[in-house]
Design a protein around this ligand. Structure first.
Ligand SMILES: Nc1ncnc2c1ncn2[C@@H]1O[C@H](COP(=O)(O)OP(=O)(O)OP(=O)(O)O)[C@@H](O)[C@H]1O
Ligand SMILES: [Mg+2]
Length: 273
């Protein structure tokens, strides 16, 4: 079922914003790094993906972003198959604020220059080549820098920033895109407990005020459960659980078979492996 939308600017409007049915993915066509993934992410949700290193978390985000295609199965983002060579998905891609695991910042450029990269899709032709932005785009970028707690740092080169500040720049660049979905790959990993939560609060506030869907990869299950409505647990390429907190309990939404004690035992065993 395809929704009617304006041709020039497709908006992300379906109830289930990301839908994966039997998705498997491979980099070398020999071994699947993701296997038969079923996933349904509601519009406006704060969805987390957790798993050990190499389990396939970044690959999942790349599939949603259209950076790679599934080998088997189907993935839909607002009823569109992610495919950058498809014109319609290309405009949708501009509404996906993707923050890669390495942040993808230009270290020798200033904070403001990095953040304005998020506005590039709105700059046309010649101006886009010379990265020439209107005053209103610059004002908007500065407003977002304030929103993420980087006021007074616009002219600072990125290599001079702390780890937490660099994360804020990457968030600001994604927000300048005026996204409807944020994909963040381990944005708070390797940060201390306090800074990690400060960054999560910045994202949570942006999500609420800008009505975003957030899909975030985390290493820390506890942090993921603290902020996310749903947490998908990936193990060796398979989605083994989908859990969330209801009241004061951890609930298994995927099969309904596991109790909180069993879920926690799985993680205790995993960390011993
Ligand atoms: N470009 C690539 N070419 C070949 N194999 C890849 C490529 N990228 C990832 N892989 C492999 O795919 C599997 C899943 O990788 P992925 O990066 O999705 O894991 P991850 O869960 O994000 O791990 P981490 O927590 O370390 O970031 C790993 O076995 C990895 O070696
Ligand atoms: Mg990764």
């Amino acid at each position: 079922m395809q929704e009617q939308k304006g041709e020039s600017s497709p908006s992300i409007s379906s109830l289930s914003i990301v839908q994966m049915n039997g998705v498997s993915a491979s980099y070398d066509s020999k071994e699947y790094v993701l296997k038969n993934i079923q996933m349904s992410i509601s519009r406006g949700a704060n969805y987390a993906i957790v798993g050990q290193s190499g389990s396939g978390k970044s690959t999942l985000l790349r599939l949603i972003n259209g950076m790679m295609s599934p080998t088997k199965g189907k993935i839909m983002v607002d009823y569109n198959i992610p495919n950058p060579s498809d014109k319609k998905f290309k405009s949708l891609m501009h509404k996906i604020g993707y923050i890669p695991q390495n942040l993808g910042l230009i270290k020798n450029s200033t904070v403001l220059e990095n953040v304005l990269i998020g506005a590039l899709p709105r700059v046309s032709g010649f101006n886009s080549f010379f990265k020439k932005f209107s005053d209103s785009e610059i004002d908007n970028a500065k407003k977002i820098l304030k929103q993420v707690g980087l006021q007074g740092k616009a002219e600072r080169k990125v290599y001079m920033l702390s780890g937490g500040e660099k994360r804020r720049v990457a968030i600001a660049r994604a927000l300048v895109q005026k996204p409807e979905i944020i994909l963040a790959d381990e944005i708070v990993s390797e940060l201390d407990h306090v800074t990690a939560r400060e960054i999560m609060e910045v994202l949570a506030e942006a999500q609420a005020t800008m009505k975003l869907t957030a899909i975030m990869v985390h290493h820390d299950l506890q942090l993921a459960l603290e902020y996310a409505d749903r947490v998908a647990v990936i193990k060796e390429g398979e989605k083994v659980l989908e859990i969330g907190v209801e009241g004061d309990k951890i609930v298994d939404f995927q099969s309904g078979n596991y109790t909180q004690t069993e879920i926690l035992e799985m993680f205790t065993n995993e960390s011993k492996e």
